[in-house]
Design a binder for this molecule. Structure first.
Ligand SMILES: Cc1cc2nc3c(=O)[nH]c(=O)nc-3n(C[C@H](O)[C@H](O)[C@H](O)COP(=O)(O)OP(=O)(O)OC[C@H]3O[C@@H](n4cnc5c(N)ncnc54)[C@H](O)[C@@H]3O)c2cc1C
Length: 412
């Protein structure tokens, strides 16, 4: 009998646990190999971000995640191949050289990734391609509407999916036994660190006051800090919900614990938004009628990137991003408002720069949020402008955040 060879193409699902597509691959074929294509700076990204390489923190986080995955796969006898240039060549080579008959790859929302997968399907018309929604809370067929009828606003989406969410993730769901709770080690990539961080977070009382603290500019207890691991799929949103349900059983549910789900639903909304709108996620005019894009003002853009604008709070956030690869949600809203409204720049320059730097970069959460703030995306509204002085008073009243992250010039 002929041996069947499967290829598992990892994308944003860099984990072994809670990965039903990978389990299926392991069970269905005689031999399994795996591949991951490292992201790189495309021409589009370089033109808009002004960067030619990914930021050191983003690159480090990805490499750590891939290394961790590679070790777990090796224990199962599955070899992980790493393609350097984000092209389909390595994938095609493996298919040809190993005689792959089955390709397993998660459904993706990113346009470039979709193009890559379609190119492989075209090149190998007899290849059996098995895909599933492996990075989200819902599968496409669980949504209560066809994708092309995705609601135009998050609120409408949330109201329609919440009953389904409650059905799929009931309160008594308590799946995970996580072993020892270790002290968190900061943003280290990989499934092991993801589980360690999530277990630690829910071993503390933070989730019970999440709604009050989530807008803080920094602090380990302010928000969950799950996003870097979620973005690469080192942990799944379903695993997080299961841990949250356990937490609620021990400590009680409240508005704050619900709000973590509320935010995970924003992530979900932007995923399906990207699946529906494809390239439009990258258009200056977004979902609105065509508009002339803004001229490239490199000098103003570089001031923003380097944290040298007239707004100390914005500068501090930009320095924090450069030095850590992370920025709070509030910080992201403020720097985006500055770029769009105070500097009058094309919002895509900010989105592209974020893409190169953020350790939690996620195509649809990033471009969808930028588009939303620019008033051309979900729930189009041209007036999402923040009063930066007021915001600084509210979120950094003693200027401690601004002082910690100020530029050398500002310190003198
Ligand atoms: C301009 C801009 C760009 C952004 N780019 C990204 C990005 O590239 N990747 C990314 O994961 N998030 C992005 N976000 C959303 C949000 O800022 C981060 O998810 C959040 O700050 C991560 O910190 P946390 O894990 O502590 O979030 P928490 O507040 O603890 O939220 C829990 C989880 O919910 C999800 N979430 C929370 N807020 C949002 C939101 N507004 N949109 C989508 N998902 C959300 C995240 O997965 C997050 O980990 C962006 C927001 C803005 C305003």
């Amino acid at each position: 009998m002929q041996t069947t060879v499967g290829l598992y193409w990892f994308t944003n699902d860099l984990r072994r646990l809670n990965n039903s597509l990978f389990d299926r691959a392991l069970n269905e074929v005689d031999e399994l190999v795996a591949v991951y294509c490292l992201p790189h700076v495309t021409e589009f990204l370089a033109a808009f971000s002004g960067e030619h390489n990914l930021g050191t923190h983003r690159e480090r986080f990805i490499h750590q995640s891939v290394e961790d995955l590679s070790e777990s796969l090796a224990a199962l006898g599955v070899e992980l191949n790493i393609a350097e240039q984000g092209t389909t060549e390595t994938v095609a080579e493996i298919i040809e050289q190993r005689g792959v008959s089955h390709l397993y790859v998660s459904e993706v929302a990113g346009f470039d990734e979709t193009v890559m997968i379609n190119a492989i399907k075209q090149k190998f018309p007899t290849l059996e391609v098995i895909q599933s929604d492996n990075t989200t809370l819902f599968h496409l067929d669980q949504l209560p509407f066809p994708l092309d009828e995705l609601p135009a606003t998050f609120t409408q989406f949330r109201k329609q999916v919440e009953p389904i969410f409650e059905h799929l993730y009931p309160s008594q769901d308590a799946l995970y036994r996580l072993g020892e709770i270790a002290t968190p080690t900061g943003f280290i990539g990989g499934e092991r660190a993801a589980i360690q961080h999530a277990a630690w977070y829910f071993s503390r009382p933070f989730a019970s006051s999440y709604k009050e603290t989530r807008n803080h500019l920094e602090g380990e207890s302010s928000s969950t800090h799950f996003s870097p691991w979620l973005a690469l799929g080192c942990i799944s949103p379903a695993q997080i919900v299961a841990l949250l349900r356990q937490y609620e059983q021990r400590n009680g549910a409240n508005q704050s614990t619900y709000w973590i789900i509320f935010e995970l639903l924003w992530r979900e909304y932007f995923y399906w938004y990207g699946r529906k709108h494809q390239q439009r996620v990258f258009y200056f005019s977004g979902l609105t009628p065509k508009q002339a894009s803004k001229p490239f003002d490199d000098e103003a853009f570089q001031r923003w990137v380097k944290g040298e604008t007239d707004f100390a709070i914005v500068n501090a956030c930009m320095n924090q991003l450069k030095e850590t690869g992370f920025m709070s949600n509030r910080g992201r809203q403020l720097v985006a408002s500055c770029l769009i409204h105070e500097l009058g720049l094309d919002w895509r320059r900010g989105a592209a720069y974020f893409e190169t730097q953020l350790i939690d970069y996620d195509v649809t959460s990033n471009w969808g949020n930028w588009q939303y703030l620019a008033g051309v995306g979900a729930d189009p509204n041209p007036s999402r402008r923040f009063n930066l002085a007021k915001q600084a008073e509210l979120y950094d009243p003693d200027s401690s955040f601004t002082r910690r992250w100020q530029t050398t010039a500002e310190k003198q």
